[in-house]
Write a protein that binds this ligand. Structure first.
Ligand code: PEP
Ligand code: MG
Length: 588
C-alpha cells in the first residue's frame, strides 16, 4: 500500500438489508448532535423562555415518575439516584446562565442550553473529585432529557441532509426514519438494532443496504470518512481497498442480474407449482410507499403501519386528514385490499407532543398499541371513523395490533361498532361488510387463537413481536440479536396452532412480520398453511419467485419433519435445504 492510502478496516455487525453501498458517511452520535442552531429576534425571547420552562417542568415530572416507579419496583435507595437529577433541573446557576445567554446570543434555547450545560459539565468533570464527576454525568443525562423535551416541539432536521451519504447513527428510531430525507441515504449503519428493528425494516423496504448492531461504531468514525456497507454479510469497511471495491462490484453485478430477472415477475401471480394461490401483499409505513406496492408486483397492502402518521408533529392528525390519507392509498391499490392497522404507538414508536408516553422500564411490555387506544378513546375513535369513511371508496380491512386476549378484542370491536353506528346515523357512506382482523403477535393470543378466531374475519401474524415475546428477546437489542430465532421450535408450534385455529373457524391467516419476506422461511410458512404473506415491497419479487418455485406437499412434508427437530439451527438447515434446491440463486 502506498503511503497516501489509508488502511482498510472492517467492522462486523448484522446485515439486515442486502446490497452494497459506497460513499461518505454522516455520523449522528446521539440526540445532542442533533441540536440545530438558529437566530432569534429579541421579541422571541419570551417564547423561548416559555419553551424552556415547559421543558424543565416536563423533565422534572418525568424524573419524578421514574423515581417513583423505581422506588416501587427496586427500592428507595436506587430511586434516590434521581435526587441528583432533580437538582439539575432546579439548579438556579445553570438556569440563570441560560436566560442571560439567551439575551446576549439571540439563539434558540436548545442550542443555548446545550452550550451552557455542556460547559458546566466539562468544568465539573475536570475537578479531581469523584462526587463532582458524578454530578457532571447527571448534568449530561438531564441535558439530553431536557433537549429531547424541547425537540418534542420542533421536528428534527438533522436527517434531512441534502447530499448523498451513508448514515451512521447510534440508533434510528421510527420518528428519525420518518423524517429523514430517504432519497439521499445510500446506506445505513447503526450501533444498535437487529433484523426486526425499525431501522432494518425501513432499510429493506427502501432497498438501502444496512448493517446494524455495530456496537460503538459511532464513536469510532467521523463524518466524511469513506466506507463501504455490505448489507448482505453485515460488514462496514472503512477506506475500502481497490481490490475490495472490485470484488463488491462483481457481486453487485450478479445481484443486479437476479433483480432484473425478478422484475419480469411483476405481473405474474404468486401461485405455487401445484396451483395454490398465496396472496402476496406489501407492508407500508408512509402513504408515499404505496408507489412501490404495484411496482413490485404485490396484491395490495397487508399491513399499513398508521402510527407513522402521528410521528414528528405537534398536533394529532385530524379525522379529515386521516380520511384523505387512507382514501388516497385505498384508491391507489383497489380493487386489491388495503389492510389498515390501527396505530401501534409505544414500544420504540414514540410521538412526543401528540400522544405522550412517559419513560417506561419495559416499553415493549408497556403502554402500547391497543392498550393505549382503549384508554384514549377519542384518539382511537378519530382514527376508526376516518378508516370507516375511507372504506366506502376502497377495499379496506381493519386490524388491531397487540391483542392479548378476547376482552381486549371485544373492547376494540365495541369502539369500532360505536363509530360505525354514529356514521351510519349521520348517513355517511361506508363498507357495511368491512373485514376486521386481529394481529396475533403476543403468545397469549396465539395460545387462545381458537377463541379469538370466532370473533374476527382474519388473523395477521406479527412475527416480529411474537418472536420477541415468546423467546423473551428484545427485538432491538443488538446484544441478544443472536438469540432472536424465527425457527425456534416454540415459534413453529405457535404458528401451527394459529393457522389451525384460523382454518378450523374458516377464516384466513397471513403473516405480516419480517419472516414473510425471508425466502429461506417461505417453505415453512406455506407448509403451515398461511394464506397470505405480506412483506416489505422490495422483498415481494423474491418471495413471489419462492412461492412459484415450491409445491405445497413438499412444504407440508418440511413442516412435519421440522416439528420433530428440537433446535432452531436444525430447523433452519432443513428450510435452507429446500429453499436452496428450488431457488438457490436467491439465497446468500
Ligand atoms: C410484527 O410485530 O411482526 C409487526 C408486523 O408489527 P411491527 O413490526 O410494526 O411491530
Ligand atoms: Mg408488532
Amino acid at each position: 500500500m502506498s503511503g497516501g492510502e489509508r488502511q482498510e478496516i472492517r467492522f462486523e455487525g448484522a446485515g439486515v438489508s442486502p446490497g452494497m453501498a459506497c460513499g461518505k458517511i454522516h455520523v449522528v452520535r446521539d440526540d445532542l448532535d442533533d441540536v440545530s442552531r438558529y437566530r432569534i429576534a429579541p421579541s422571541q425571547i419570551p417564547d423561548e423562555i416559555g419553551r424552556f420552562e415547559t421543558a424543565l417542568i416536563q423533565t422534572r415530572m418525568q424524573i419524578l415518575e421514574m423515581q417513583q416507579r423505581i422506588a416501587e419496583s427496586i427500592g428507595a435507595k436506587d430511586a434516590a439516584i434521581f435526587d441528583a437529577h432533580l437538582l439539575v433541573v432546579e439548579d438556579r446557576t445553570l438556569i440563570d446562565e441560560v436566560l442571560r445567554k439567551l439575551e446576549t446570543d439571540l439563539c434558540n434555547v436548545e442550542w443555548v442550553f446545550q452550550e451552557v450545560a455542556t460547559r458546566y459539565a466539562e468544568t465539573l468533570n475536570k475537578i479531581d473529585d469523584p462526587y463532582l464527576r458524578e454530578r457532571a454525568l447527571d448534568i449530561q443525562d438531564v441535558t439530553k432529557r431536557v433537549i429531547r423535551n424541547l425537540q418534542g416541539k420542533a421536528p428534527k432536521t438533522f436527517l434531512a441532509l441534502s447530499e448523498l451519504h451513508i448514515l451512521v447513527a447510534h440508533n434510528l428510531t421510527p420518528s428519525d426514519t420518518a423524517s429523514m430525507n430517504r432519497a439521499n441515504v445510500l446506506g445505513i449503519a447503526t450501533d444498535l438494532g437487529s433484523r426486526t428493528s425499525h431501522a432494518a425494516i425501513l432499510a429493506r423496504s427502501l432497498n438501502i443496504p444496512a448493517v446494524v448492531g455495530l456496537h460503538d461504531i459511532t464513536a469510532k468514525l467521523e463524518t466524511g470518512q469513506h466506507v463501504l456497507v455490505d448489507g448482505s454479510d453485515g460488514l462496514l469497511i472503512v477506506n475500502p481497498a481497490p481490490e475490495t471495491i472490485a470484488h463488491y462490484a462483481e457481486l453487485e453485478s450478479r445481484r443486479a442480474r437476479v433483480v432484473s430477472q425478478l422484475k419480469q415477475l411483476r405481473t405474474t401471480r404468486s401461485t405455487t407449482r401445484d396451483g395454490r394461490h398465496i396472496v402476496l401483499s406489501a407492508n407500508i409505513e408512509l402513504p408515499e410507499d404505496v408507489e412501490a406496492v404495484a411496482a413490485n408486483g404485490a396484491e395490495g397492502i397487508g399491513l399499513y403501519r398508521t402510527e407513522f402518521l402521528y410521528l414528528n408533529r405537534t398536533t394529532l392528525p385530524t379525522e379529515d386528514e386521516q380520511f384523505e390519507t387512507y382514501r388516497k392509498v385505498a384508491e391507489r391499490v383497489r380493487p386489491d385490499p388495503l389492510i389498515i392497522r390501527t396505530f401501534d404507538l409505544g414500544g420504540d414508536k414514540l410521538a412526543p407532543g401528540t400522544v405522550d408516553i412517559t419513560d417506561e422500564l419495559n416499553p415493549f411490555l408497556g403502554w402500547r398499541a391497543i392498550r393505549l387506544c382503549l384508554e384514549n378513546i377519542d384518539i382511537f375513535k378519530t382514527q376508526l371513523r376516518a378508516i370507516l369513511r375511507a372504506s366506502a371508496v376502497g377495499n379496506i380491512k381493519i386490524m388491531f395490533p397487540m391483542i392479548s386476549g378476547l376482552e381486549e378484542l371485544r373492547g376494540a370491536k365495541a369502539v369500532l361498532a360505536e363509530c360505525h353506528e354514529e356514521l351510519r346515523r349521520s348517513g355517511v357512506p361506508l363498507d357495511e361488510e368491512i373485514e376486521v382482523g386481529a394481529m396475533i403477535e403476543i403468545p397469549s393470543a396465539a395460545l387462545c387463537a381458537n377463541v379469538l378466531a370466532s370473533e374476527v374475519d382474519f388473523f395477521s401474524i406479527g412475527t416480529n413481536d411474537l418472536i420477541q415475546y415468546t423467546l423473551a428477546v428484545d427485538r432491538v437489542n443488538e446484544k441478544i440479536a443472536h438469540l432472536y430465532e424465527p425457527t425456534h421450535p416454540a415459534i413453529l408450534r405457535l404458528l401451527r396452532m394459529i393457522a389451525e385455529a384460523a382454518h378450523a373457524h374458516h377464516i384466513w391467516v397471513g403473516v405480516c412480520g419480517e419472516m414473510a419476506g425471508d425466502v429461506a422461511l417461505v417453505p415453512l410458512l406455506l407448509g403451515l398453511g398461511m394464506d397470505e404473506l405480506s412483506a416489505g415491497a422490495t422483498s415481494v419479487p423474491r418471495v413471489k419467485r419462492a412461492v412459484q418455485s415450491l409445491a405445497i406437499p413438499e412444504c407440508r412434508e418440511l413442516v412435519e419433519e421440522t416439528l420433530k427437530l428440537n433446535t432452531s439451527s436444525e430447523i433452519l438447515s432443513r428450510c435452507l435445504e429446500l429453499a436452496d434446491k428450488r431457488y438457490g440463486d436467491l439465497l446468500g
